[in-house]
Design a protein around this ligand. Structure first.
Ligand SMILES: [Zn+2]
Ligand SMILES: [Zn+2]
Length: 135
């Protein structure tokens, strides 16, 4: 399940959208819209928050980025668009991708319990990241 990514230049995006996508792909940290804006400004000082925000919506709808939300925190944007799970640090909020195959029994169990017809399932591991558990 490897992510096949097209080069940004091949996507036919506007300059602003290219910059936003570049920022997300260059950061593994799953940035919020505000963080994307801060970094996009360094590449394209004239870019506005509204443009960044609209570009994020566009890129998400076009399937170039993913959006994830935990609880009522701000959305974070994800360069990986294939199905994957996340581990989140309860101390520093570091978020990392996990490309693991979930056992099909989990889906069956969840479907039986909820009586839902399952489409997808996500797993979130919470705990201390390696840096935080060292200190
Ligand atoms: Zn941590
Ligand atoms: Zn992710």
């Amino acid at each position: 399940m490897k992510n096949v990514k097209k080069n940004i230049g091949e996507l036919g995006l506007t300059k602003q959208r290219e910059v936003v996508l570049q920022v997300i792909r260059n950061n593994e940290e799953h940035l919020t819209a505000n963080e994307v804006f801060d970094k996009a400004k360094q590449l394209l000082p004239s870019i506005s928050f509204a443009t960044v925000y609209n570009s994020l919506r566009f890129l998400k709808d076009a399937g170039h980025i993913g959006e994830i939300q935990f609880g009522n925190g701000a959305s974070r944007f994800d360069a990986m668009t294939s199905r994957h799970d996340h581990a989140i640090c309860t101390k520093c909020a570091k978020l990392v991708d996990m490309e693991i195959e979930l056992p099909p029994e989990i889906v069956k169990l969840a479907a039986r319990f909820s009586k839902f017809k399952p489409e997808s399932i996500e797993l979130t591991l919470r705990g201390l990241c390696p840096e935080c558990s060292k200190n």
